[in-house]
Write a protein that binds this ligand. Structure first.
Ligand code: FO1
Length: 315
C-alpha cells in the first residue's frame, strides 16, 4: 500500500514527518511544491523541497521550520559587507546544499535527481518528488502589481494585500515523470492506499502542485481516497499567511472554506477538534469527514495525526 503525500513547506512537512515515522520508506512518497523556487545569489533555491528533506532528515531548524539546525551565519555577515541581499537568510550549513545543487543542475541533473542525491547524503530513505522538473514560479498578485513569492513571503513579510496568484510556467510544466511512473496510468500493480494533501497553504503550496497539467486527473484516476487535512484551525492558520490571504480574497478563513476549495478533487477532509461544529457543513459538501487533533506541536502529535489520517483513508 503506497501513500502519496502532497506537501508544501513548514506546516505540511510536519504531517509528512509523521507519515514517514509510521510508514515504511517504500510505502510513502512525497510530492513537493516547487512554486516557491527562485534564483537567488546565483543559486536555485528550492525552499519547500529543502524544508521537507531537512525535516525528514531530522536536520530542520525547529524554531523556524526552514533551513538547518545548529546553523551559523558567517556567510550572511560577510555578504552584508559586500552589499549582497541578506533578506533571505542562507545559513553556512544550508549553503553547502545550494552550492551542491547549483553544480549538479549545471551538469544537467534534474531537480529530482539532485533531490534524490541530497536525500541519500542526508539519510532520507523516502522518495521526495518535486511536482515537476520544469520551472514553475508562483507570483502573488497585489493591488500594486505582482510579486515573486519569496519577495512577498520573506522580503515583504506577507504584508501586501493579496488579490490573486499566478503560477508562471505552469502551462509548460510536465508532471515529474517519476511520479507518473508511480501513480500514472499503467503504473505498477499496487494501487495507492491514499493520497494525502498535507496541511500546507492551499493557495501557494498545494494549488501549484494541483495546477501542473494532468495532475488532478492523475490523482483522481489513481483509485484511492484523496484526503486533505485542514491548515486552518478555529479560523487561524497554524503557521504562515493562509488566513490573511483568505480574508483578502473574501473567503471565510474557515476549515469549511478550505474543504470547499478542494471539493472537486478530494473525497475526505480532516478537521481539528475545535472545528467539530463545522463537520456537518463539510459533510454537506459531499465529503467524508474526520475530526481529530490536527495541531502538531510534538513528534507524537505528528505521528498521531498520521495514524488518524491513514485510519480515515482505510475507512
Ligand atoms: N523564510 C523566512 O521567513 N525567512 C528567511 O530568511 C528564509 C530563508 C530560507 C532559506 C532557505 C530555505 O530553504 C527556506 C527559507 N525560508 C525563509 C522559508 C521559505 O521562505 C519558504 O518559502 C517558506 O517555508 C514557505 O514555504
Amino acid at each position: 500500500m503506497r501513500v502519496f503525500a502532497l506537501t508544501g513547506g513548514i506546516g505540511g512537512a510536519k504531517l509528512a514527518l509523521g507519515l514517514a515515522k509510521v510508514l515504511a520508506p517504500d510505502e510513502v512518497a512525497f510530492v513537493v511544491n516547487t512554486g516557491d523556487d527562485f534564483e537567488h545569489l546565483g543559486f536555485h533555491v528550492s525552499p519547500d523541497v529543502d524544508t521537507l528533506v531537512y525535516t525528514l532528515a531530522g536536520e530542520a531548524n525547529i524554531e523556524t521550520g526552514w533551513g538547518r539546525q545548529d546553523e551559523s551565519w558567517q556567510f550572511m555577515r560577510a555578504a552584508e559587507q559586500f552589499g549582497l541581499p541578506t533578506w533571505f537568510r542562507l545559513g553556512d550549513r544550508d549553503l553547502a546544499l545550494h552550492i551542491y545543487r547549483r553544480q549538479r543542475l549545471a551538469e544537467g541533473a534534474t531537480l529530482t535527481e539532485v533531490t534524490r542525491e541530497t536525500c541519500r547524503r542526508l539519510g532520507v530513505a523516502q522518495p521526495v518528488l518535486p511536482m515537476s522538473n520544469d520551472p514553475v514560479r508562483t507570483r502573488v498578485l497585489t493591488p500594486d502589481g505582482s510579486l515573486a513569492f519569496q519577495h512577498y513571503f520573506v522580503r515583504d513579510r506577507c504584508r501586501p494585500t493579496v488579490t490573486g496568484f499566478e503560477f508562471d510556467g505552469i502551462e509548460d510544466a510536465s508532471i515529474n515523470p517519476e511520479l507518473s511512473a508511480l501513480l500514472g496510468a499503467g503504473a505498477s500493480s499496487d494501487r495507492p492506499g491514499a493520497i494525502v494533501i498535507c496541511p500546507s497553504n492551499p493557495f501557494v503550496s498545494v494549488d501549484p502542485i494541483l495546477a501542473v497539467p494532468g495532475m488532478r486527473d492523475m490523482l483522481r484516476s489513481a483509485g484511492a481516497p484523496i484526503i486533505a487535512v485542514s491548515p486552518i484551525v478555529g479560523g487561524q492558520a497554524i503557521k504562515g499567511p493562509t488566513a490573511k490571504m483568505m480574508r483578502e480574497l473574501d473567503i471565510p478563513a474557515s476549515a469549511t472554506a478550505v474543504a470547499r476549495h478542494y471539493r472537486d478533487l478530494i473525497t475526505g477532509f480532516v478537521l481539528d477538534e475545535c472545528d467539530a461544529s463545522r463537520e456537518a457543513e463539510v459533510a454537506d459538501l459531499g465529503l467524508a469527514t474526520a475530526v481529530t487533533r490536527t495541531v502538531m506541536s510534538s513528534l507524537d502529535d505528528r505521528i498521531a495525526l498520521a495514524r488518524d489520517v491513514l485510519a480515515f483513508a482505510g475507512a
